[in-house]
Ligand binder design. Structure first.
Ligand code: ZN
Length: 335
């Protein structure tokens, strides 16, 4: 059988003495540290609360916010938490977490050993958001970067303008006597969108799965006051936010005069015919931001993960970078 089950993609070139391998998860070579690994490990850095630590790691390294959000969901686990920008040692490793801009608590990790520095971004974006700390580009020798929108056409429109368009869509819908219904994933995106509407004096009512996460956000100090939990009959002048998998539910079907929208980076490539409007608002870096990170990090070696790892690696290689996908991209479905 080829490749064998324990097939490892290891590349060690030049004099850089820190690197990762892919072995059913990203592993920092010569250490016990794994990065967002979907398998059981002794110690795993979990970059943010979308990651499902189904592998029941013996210990999870994360920010306090990520640990709290995961713990509320799965109710178990042993955590090693650290605030952003505080350097600490673990054996021979010097570690530091930095904001990733993806959702509340989301972090990149910078690892230094033997004078070499490796950065793992996890899901990230570089622009400002309302519910996550803004990410910056971290300098490193080896960059392990997650590439979700890494194809050249995947360029997001200006965030402020898109927010303004979405808010005016909601206000217009209410003025017309209709009910704005927004579909967004319950963890992270829904809270970000709710913050946008609240900042523009709109009232927001959310599905209970979203409400629970909003309560966790509030407990972690994120001001998400005045969000109400959806019950049988919402008031007309409210923006309703539901998770996308409930778009064909009876509750949505019963809403009178609903006008629907989605807000996602995927709206770049999907038609979303089922919704009345689509706005490109994403918690991920787009193609220009990924190129910017590759360039400004100063990395001598770039390892890419995520759904567009292969095309972005090919593009960076053609531009003169030492870049490669870290593992077969179809395996990233596990993430
Ligand atoms: Zn994510």
């Amino acid at each position: 059988m080829y490749p064998p089950q324990d097939y490892k993609l290891v590349a060690m070139s030049g004099s850089i003495r820190i690197d990762v391998e892919y072995n059913q998860g990203i592993h920092l070579l010569d250490s016990i540290l794994w990065l967002d690994a979907p398998r059981q490990t002794d110690l795993c850095f979990v970059s943010h609360a979308h990651i499902d630590p189904a592998g029941h790691h013996r210990k999870i390294l994360a920010t306090g916010a990520t640990a709290a959000l995961i713990h509320r969901r799965i109710g178990r686990g042993e955590y090693l938490t650290t605030p952003f920008h505080r350097r600490f040692s673990l054996g021979k490793l010097d570690l530091e977490l930095h904001p990733a801009g993806h959702m509340l608590g989301s972090a990149q990790i910078r690892i230094t050993r033997d004078g070499g520095t490796l950065v793992y971004t996890g899901d990230f974006q570089l622009g400002p958001t309302r519910t996550a700390r803004t990410a910056t580009v971290l300098e490193c020798d080896v960059l392990v970067m997650r590439s979700t929108y890494g194809r050249p056409h995947q360029v997001f429109p200006d965030r402020e303008e898109t927010e303004a368009k979405m808010v005016s869509w909601a206000k217009r819908t209410i003025q017309d006597g209709d009910q704005p219904v927004v579909f967004a994933s319950a963890r992270g995106k829904a809270q970000e969108l709710a913050s946008i509407f609240l900042a523009h004096d709109l009232r927001v009512r959310v599905h209970k799965s979203i409400y629970q996460v909003c309560r966790s956000y509030r407990a972690l100090g994120m001001p998400l006051a005045n969000i109400r939990c959806f019950r049988l009959s919402p008031k007309k002048a409210e923006v309703i936010i539901f998770p996308p998998h409930l778009r064909q539910s009876k509750t949505i079907a019963k809403l009178k005069r609903a006008r629907t929208c989605v807000a996602t980076g995927r709206a770049l490539d999907e038609t979303n015919d089922w919704a009345d409007a689509a706005f490109i608002i994403s918690g991920h870096a787009d193609h220009p931001a990924l190129l910017r990170y590759a360039r400004e990090s100063g990395a001598k070696r770039i390892r890419l993960t995520g759904p567009t790892a292969a095309p972005l690696a090919a593009e960076l290689t053609a531009a003169g970078f030492d870049a490669s996908p870290l593992q077969p991209s179809e395996q990233m479905g596990l993430f």
